[in-house]
Design a protein around this ligand. Structure first.
Ligand code: ZN
Length: 87
């Protein structure tokens, strides 16, 4: 069973032309650009909306300096979940 998204209609403008593309993706964080080669995502040719599935999001997060910083500064996530389970 696959959990890949299958998007046929643009969530932004309703166009049926939206389709999967594979491109070198460039994002930016605090003025710094970072690139992801051959990222797969959906792009609408009518309104240029981009839709990322779970795998694309995972890759973006893995490359983004924003997410790298967040995971380093918050190591206490699991302990909070454990305490809330007790109550
Ligand atoms: Zn669109």
């Amino acid at each position: 069973m696959t959990t890949k998204l299958n998007i046929k209609i643009c969530p932004s403008c309703g166009s049926k032309k939206i389709n999967m593309v594979r491109r070198n993706w460039t994002g930016s964080f605090e003025g710094k650009e970072y690139k992801i080669p051959n990222l797969e995502y959906y792009e609408c040719p009518d309104c240029l909306e981009k839709v990322y599935d779970r795998e694309a999001m995972r890759q973006i997060q893995a490359h983004s300096p924003a997410f790298k910083r967040a995971s380093k500064s918050k190591p206490a996530r699991t302990t909070r979940a454990a305490t809330s389970m007790k109550s």
